[in-house]
Design a protein around this ligand. Structure first.
Ligand code: SF4
Ligand code: FE
Length: 511
């Protein structure tokens, strides 16, 4: 099958029958459910833009498996240029949707599993990598969106997975049978899960030998028997049912439409299993995935920043204060922060490297720095956006009141601005800024791809602090500095003895 368009992607979901619940009700058709539609449209943008010549270079790639043109969201990075184009694609999609377009978690899962199964097979003589390549081919040929499912519910975090009171808080192997494995447990906060074709699981943390049944990676169709998805709540989510204007971003929603995925005695055939018990490969898999995903945040969130900066500037114009120096200053601050994060993600792509599998990985230290900056700067640029937009973003009346004959005409007058800015457009923009800066988007920027503490652990591990200590010792003269000795033409000790002697002689001359 060729690459799907946005419309074809949405239609392709009709063929699937996942077990989805929301607000206590079973959802018959996720495609027709107004609560879900904005998320579907957000993901559909990743398909649609691949068909527009102006974005072809960024949105598509050549498969290293088949030589065919494929959507970049199914591509395993073959060179530095792929890593750079990936984050350009994410900024572009953030700009077009103003929210999470969801498909990156699966993309990063595909890349991370590709890299790690290669290493795993070399150590254990298994054939996970070949199995995975077959699966990847299927993903590319069908242009599937796999939901990357990493985070488990985790229960009591002071206990290891196998010591939990409720074994279901982690996804695990219940039984190994002839043709595959039977799994049970939970994955939580899974972005885009209900509108994905597949679920691609990975372990959530380092596993030890005693947790080997939790060292697990596999892929299954989203409507596999025994899988139940419960769609999560978001701030102001049911505004979508109150009126188009009130939703803020009625087209593409807010964050990724996360879901809890419950697995109950789910059968996974061996050809879809990519790790089953190799606990020593859980850390590399988690870190490789996290590296890819953390670098993304300097792309997608900067795309969102572009939207909120543009919206704040427009609102300031509409309010007649576009040229005020404090507004220009705030907008400039927002731009500088966004471009700082963009520089970080570009740097971790350009500093990427080839792994033994042949696929390219980003620079892990810089990727974690990128994400740590995002956890702070998104709050900061959204704060400035709120500052510029004013208190109206949290006190606007509803669309129903705007349409009411009793209050509507007066409300429209009251929300008018400068000539040429229709009141309803002003309200639309204020609602968009509210949607992006007040709701679920902020904690998502904090915790998506891992919390700040997780980034700090990685930064500390990879910072090379010993090397920095050596540098300081060398500059301070505690450690031998061969380069300095070459410059002065003698050993340091002899050099400083001479210097001291000269200082003494000079003192004698002066006094
Ligand atoms: Fe992609 Fe960003 Fe959404 Fe993660 S938060 S899935 S990187 S758009
Ligand atoms: Fe996310």
């Amino acid at each position: 099958m060729a690459m799907m368009t946005g419309k074809q992607y949405i239609e392709s979901l009709r063929a699937l029958k996942p077990e989805v619940y929301f607000l206590g009700q079973k959802i018959r058709s996720i495609v027709d459910e107004p609560m879900f539609q904005p998320h579907l449209y957000g993901a559909a943008m990743t398909y649609e833009l691949a068909h527009h010549p102006e974005y072809e270079e960024i949105m598509t790639a050549t498969s290293h498996l088949t030589g065919e043109r494929i959507n970049r969201f199914t591509h395993v990075h073959q060179r530095i240029d792929d890593l750079v184009k990936k984050v350009r694609m994410m900024r572009l999609l953030g700009q077009k949707t103003g929210t999470c377009f969801q498909r990156c978690v699966g993309l990063d899962g595909l890349n991370a599993i590709y890299v790690i199964t290669y290493d795993l097979d070399r150590k254990y003589g298994t054939d996970y990598h070949e199995r995975f390549k077959k699966y990847l081919r299927e993903v590319q040929e069908n242009d599937w969106m796999p939901a990357g499912a990493m985070t488990d519910a985790r229960g009591d975090r002071s206990l290891r997975p196998s010591k939990q009171k409720h074994p279901g808080v982690y996804l695990h192997i219940k039984e190994r049978v002839k043709d595959g494995i039977i799994v049970s447990g939970t994955k939580a906060h899974i972005t885009g899960a209900i509108n994905s074709h597949e679920i691609l699981t990975m372990p959530t943390r380092t596993m030890t030998e005693e947790d080997r049944d939790y060292a697990l990676a596999f892929a299954i169709p989203v409507d596999t028997k025994g899988v139940t998805l419960v769609f999560s709540r978001q701030t102001n989510d049911t505004r979508r049912l109150d009126g188009v204007l009130d939703a803020g971003n009625p087209k593409y929603g807010i964050v990724g439409g996360e879901a809890v995925i419950l697995f109950k005695d789910v059968f996974v055939p061996w050809q879809r299993v990519f790790m089953a018990g190799e606990a020593d490969f859980t850390t590399p898999l988690v870190e490789t995935f996290a590296g890819y995903h953390r670098s993304n945040y300097g792309g997608c969130k900067v795309g969102l920043a572009d939207v909120v900066i543009g919206g704040s500037s427009w609102i300031a114009e509409a309010h007649g204060i576009g040229n005020a120096s404090h507004i220009v200053d705030k907008l400039t601050e927002m731009i500088a922060m966004a471009e700082t994060c963009w520089s970080c993600t570009l740097a971790c792509s350009y500093e990427g490297y080839q792994t033994p599998s042949g696929a390219y990985h980003i620079h892990p230290l810089l990727a974690n720095v990128t994400k740590l900056n995002i956890t702070r700067m998104v709050y900061e640029w959204m704060r400035l956006g709120q500052d510029i937009a004013g208190g109206k973003i949290i006190t606007l009346p509803s669309e129903k009141d705007l349409n009411s004959p009793a209050s509507g005409p007066m409300l429209e007058e009251c929300f008018s601005g400068k000539d040429g800015f229709p009141p309803r457009d002003i309200i639309k923009m204020l609602r968009l800024i509210e949607n992006m800066s007040v709701g679920a988007g902020l904690p998502e920027a904090m915790h998506g791809a891992g919390s700040p503490a997780a980034q700090k652990i990685m930064i500390a591990r990879r910072s090379g602090i010993e090397k920095k200590t050596e540098l300081a010792q060398s500059v301070a003269g505690i450690r031998r500095d061969g380069y300095f000795e070459a410059i002065v033409g003698k050993e340091e000790k002899a050099h400083w003895n001479e210097v001291r002697k000269k200082i003494e002689e000079r003192k004698v001359q002066i006094y």
